[in-house]
Design a protein around this ligand. Structure first.
Ligand SMILES: C[S@@+](CC[C@H](N)C(=O)[O-])C[C@H]1O[C@@H](n2cnc3c(N)ncnc32)[C@H](O)[C@@H]1O
Length: 202
């Protein structure tokens, strides 16, 4: 199967599909950090949507569209017009990916801000349903694909700070580390959405 992992520099999902014998490529404007430049297209994803893919899994930037940026979108309770315009651009990018001429598509992102009137996600997943002791609400918009089934449900861990406030273990991680796909989720995507076995002719 020809698989495109859009907006992925870590190659986490790309490598999971390669492991099962698929012809998978990551694509990002950044160089890859996953150690396989031969499987990486360093370019604007929009130039590669019509290259004959069977499946695309996309992780578009979430900074302006999602709840992650709430405090910047409404500083002192007033809508920041600059941020809002950037959010609308991010929405346009989302739809260019979702409307691509590819039979099976997934878009992964955190929960979007209401103001952008995004379509409802198909499902919400958590890393703790795939073997990672963390909660990070992740939405999937699916086209031509079944919902992703949990593979290993574990109890999420938290830490309590001196004020007694509960924090996810993600607190303190860099934005890049936070946005990297969890290996358990990548594996589940490859196993459940990659239909062919290793060694089978593509
Ligand atoms: C939220 S991060 C996703 C990271 C991904 N989960 C991973 O494990 O590498 C969004 C990524 O989109 C990339 N990006 C932004 N605009 C792009 C474009 N036009 N074409 C390709 N990649 C793009 C960024 O460089 C960034 O790495």
């Amino acid at each position: 199967m020809k698989v495109l992992i859009a907006c992925e520099e870590s190659q986490e999902v790309c490598k999971a599909f390669r492991k099962l014998g698929h012809e998978a490529y990551s694509c990002d404007i950044l160089p890859c950090s996953g150690g396989h430049p031969e499987w990486h297209i360093q370019d604007d994803i929009l130039k590669h949507l019509d290259d004959g893919w069977d499946l695309m899994i996309a992780h578009p930037p979430c900074t302006y569209l999602t709840k992650a940026g709430t405090r910047w979108l409404y500083p002192k309770g007033i809508l920041n017009q600059e941020r809002y315009k950037k959010g609308l651009k991010a929405k346009e990018f989302f739809f260019k990916l979702f409307n691509a001429n590819i039979q099976m598509i997934t878009i992964e992102n955190p929960k979007p801000q209401k103001i952008f009137e995004m379509p409802k996600e198909t499902q919400i997943i958590q890393p703790c349903e795939f073997g990672h002791k963390l909660k990070k609400t992740t939405c999937l918009w699916l086209k031509g694909l079944p919902k992703l089934n949990p593979t290993e449900i574990v109890k999420p861990e938290y830490y309590i700070d001196r004020k007694g406030v509960r924090h996810s273990k993600l607190t303190g991680w860099s934005a890049k580390r936070k946005s990297k796909t969890f290996s358990g989720i990548a594996k589940a995507m490859a196993e459940q959405w990659g239909k062919k076995e290793k060694g089978e002719k593509k």
